[in-house]
Ligand binder design. Structure first.
Ligand SMILES: CC(C)(COP(=O)(O)OP(=O)(O)OC[C@H]1O[C@@H](n2cnc3c(N)ncnc32)[C@H](O)[C@@H]1OP(=O)(O)O)[C@@H](O)C(=O)NCCC(=O)NCCS
Length: 170
C-alpha cells in the first residue's frame, strides 16, 4: 500500500515505546540483512544493540530515538546523538519496515533528523553503513551524504562491520 507522506508523523520515543521498537527492529533486520551479513551476525547485533537494557541506557545517556508513525502504525525509527567530536552528530539507526520502503519515508525521517541536529547546533552528521547495503547507500547519496572512509569495525565474538563512513554538512 502506498501512503501519502502527510499521513506520517515523527514523534520522540520514550521508554514505553522500546518493546515495539525492539519488535520492529527484529522484523526489519531479518527482512533486510540476509545476503548482506550472516544470520548469526544479525542475531548477535540485535542482541547487542536492541535489547531493552541497551536502548534504555541509550535514552538515559542522551541518544534520541524518534518513531515514524504512518496511519497510526509504527513504520520505523531513527536514533541519533552527539559524538565526542564537537559539532558532529551521529545517526546511529535509520530503519523502516519493508512495506514502507520506496515512498520517500526514509528521506522524510532523515530530513527530520537533520532538522533536529541543526536546531541543536550541530554542523555535520556522520553515519556508518554496510558497504553492501545498496538500498541505504542510495538513500544517503540521494540526500547529499558523501563517502568519507572505508572501515572494518571489530564488534566482538569474531564479527566485523564492513562499513563506509558517510557524512553531510548541515
Ligand atoms: C534505508 C531506508 C531507510 C530507505 O527508505 P526509503 O523510504 O525506501 O528511502 P527513500 O526515502 O530514499 O525513498 C526513495 C524511494 O521512494 C520513491 N518515492 C516515492 N514517493 C516519493 C516521495 N514523495 N519522495 C521521495 N521519494 C519517493 C523514490 O522514487 C525512491 O525509489 P527508488 O529507491 O526505487 O529510487 C530503508 O530502505 C530501510 O529501512 N532499509 C533497511 C534498514 C537499513 O538498511 N537502514 C540503514 C542502515 S545504515
Amino acid at each position: 500500500m502506498t501512503h501519502n507522506l502527510s499521513d506520517a508523523k515523527i514523534l520522540a520515543a520514550g521508554p514505553e515505546d522500546l518493546p515495539d521498537i525492539k519488535d520492529i527492529a527484529n522484523t526489519i533486520w531479518y527482512e533486510h540483512y540476509p545476503g548482506i551479513i550472516t544470520h548469526e551476525q544479525i542475531a548477535y547485533m540485535l542482541a547487542l544493540d536492541y535489547s531493552l537494557e541497551t536502548m534504555t541506557r541509550d535514552l538515559a545517556t542522551g541518544v534520541s530515538i524518534d518513531k515514524l508513525v504512518v496511519c497510526g502504525v509504527m513504520a520505523g525509527f531513527a536514533a541519533y546523538g552527539a559524538t565526542n567530536k564537537e559539532g558532529t552528530m551521529k545517526l546511529h539507526k535509520l530503519y523502516l519496515l519493508q512495506a514502507f520502503h520506496g515512498q520517500g519515508l526514509g528521506s522524510l525521517l532523515l530530513t527530520h533528523v537533520e532538522d533536529e541536529a541543526r536546531k541543536a547546533g550541530f554542523e555535520s552528521i556522520t553515519l556508518n553503513v554496510n558497504k553492501h547495503n545498496h538500498v541505504a547507500l542510495k538513500t544517503y547519496q540521494r540526500n547529499g551524504y558523501g563517502q568519507q572512509e572505508s572501515v572494518l569495525v571489530d564488534i566482538g565474538s569474531g564479527f566485523f562491520m564492513d562499513d563506509y563512513v558517510m557524512a553531510k554538512g548541515l
